[in-house]
Design a protein around this ligand. Sequence first.
Ligand SMILES: NC(=O)c1ccc[n+]([C@@H]2O[C@H](COP(=O)([O-])OP(=O)(O)OC[C@H]3O[C@@H](n4cnc5c(N)ncnc54)[C@H](OP(=O)(O)O)[C@@H]3O)[C@@H](O)[C@H]2O)c1
Length: 424
Amino acid sequence: MNVAILGVGTVGEQVAKILIQNQKLISARAGKDIKPVIGVVRNLDKKRDVNLPLTNDINSVINRDDIDIYIELMGGVDEPYRVVSEILHRKKAVVTANKALLAYHRFKLQNLTGDTPFGFEASVAGGIPIIKALREGLSANQILSINGIMNGTSNYILTSMMNSGVKFEDALKKAQELGYAEADPTFDIGGFDTAHKLLILASIAYGVHGDPEDILIEGIEGITKDDIFFAQDFEYVIKLLAIAKKVGDKVELRVHPALVAKDKMIAKVDGVMNAVSVAGDAVGETMFYGPGAGGSATASAVISDLIDIARGTNFPMMGYKSPLEIKSLELLAQDEIRTKYYFRLKVDDKVGVLARITNLMSENNLSIDSFLQKPHIKNEENDKKATLFFTTHTSREADVKRVIRILEEQEFIREKPFMIRIEQ
Ligand SMILES: NC(=O)c1ccc[n+]([C@@H]2O[C@H](COP(=O)([O-])OP(=O)(O)OC[C@H]3O[C@@H](n4cnc5c(N)ncnc54)[C@H](OP(=O)(O)O)[C@@H]3O)[C@@H](O)[C@H]2O)c1
């Protein structure tokens, strides 16, 4: 089978290399030769470590009759959507690693693809076969929940803060030096990359529609050494979690930093590694662990899709042969989320402040579970401030947001109140 690689960058280069390096094994497994015949790039002058004819004329490649499978590895949303749509109109198979494309256009692409194979294993958690797990291995189950650590950059930063006591800014700088973080890291540390992946998994698990703008997304930028101090004292770790949960006839989707009990399996996933835990009604809890990014790990997933297509195995793109009959699986409103919460408050260190905070919380339906005051260190101006930490029993997001709004207006508050959700 002839393959065109649209985008010969970090992942595309590795796809071409592995197809050549493991050619005999891949042919034996696929039952056919899979041959990369052309690569598309923007800049033909760039030096590349790949033995493949290259062009910068993408339209001529899309219209070739001798290509059987197109691999889209360009990145972005609009141009890949245009390109992939044209390829699907020509009934040619597509494989992509592009989570942004799928986060916005997966259902339109599902309608376009029909019976034409469309592989996207590499779009979520790189080398971990989580799409296969949800779409195939766990297809008998009602999915009760998905909890994932699906951004290596954020997990590396949080692990460094927890284990080495470094500040967020220093951990980010180190991640950039090691090539784990982009020069502009917003997409990773802001939770957006994780949200794209969560939407893809949730669509397979629940058939749920939605764009990234429809779900709760918070990043890790606000986490300080004070939060790490609290987490360590109370036997938690802080992780950027992607959470999908069935709540009655709705689905809750959220991405945010979370305090997770140290003894949980997912709490032990450190550094750039990814993990996804899936709970099904029949199977119970399962856990998938592995490298979530990197050229080679991602190429491994891309090629597994190529092999499936060459074998003639074709799964329904989002895992459903006919429309999902459970019509009320809609997104839960963000205000209706219920979980436990942690607050960090920097306040004037004076009599009556603590009582005012606790009264305010109870008047707004928040019941305090634990409280800690960080030992006060006076600064040069003999400025009397205190850092207070509270955790709540299970509460409603709407109540928590209202309390934060009210707290912000109080004269004793010295810094914007900070909250982290606690996951059981
Ligand atoms: N890197 C990872 O670890 C990873 C992991 C999982 C998923 N992914 C996904 O895989 C995809 C590729 O990522 P990557 O890291 O390999 O990106 P990359 O290193 O930036 O490579 C992108 C390639 O696409 C080419 N390209 C971009 N726009 C183009 C256009 N309009 N026309 C023709 N060629 C174009 C670029 O050409 P030039 O080289 O000439 O600029 C480059 O060769 C993305 O969707 C990404 O989200 C990546």
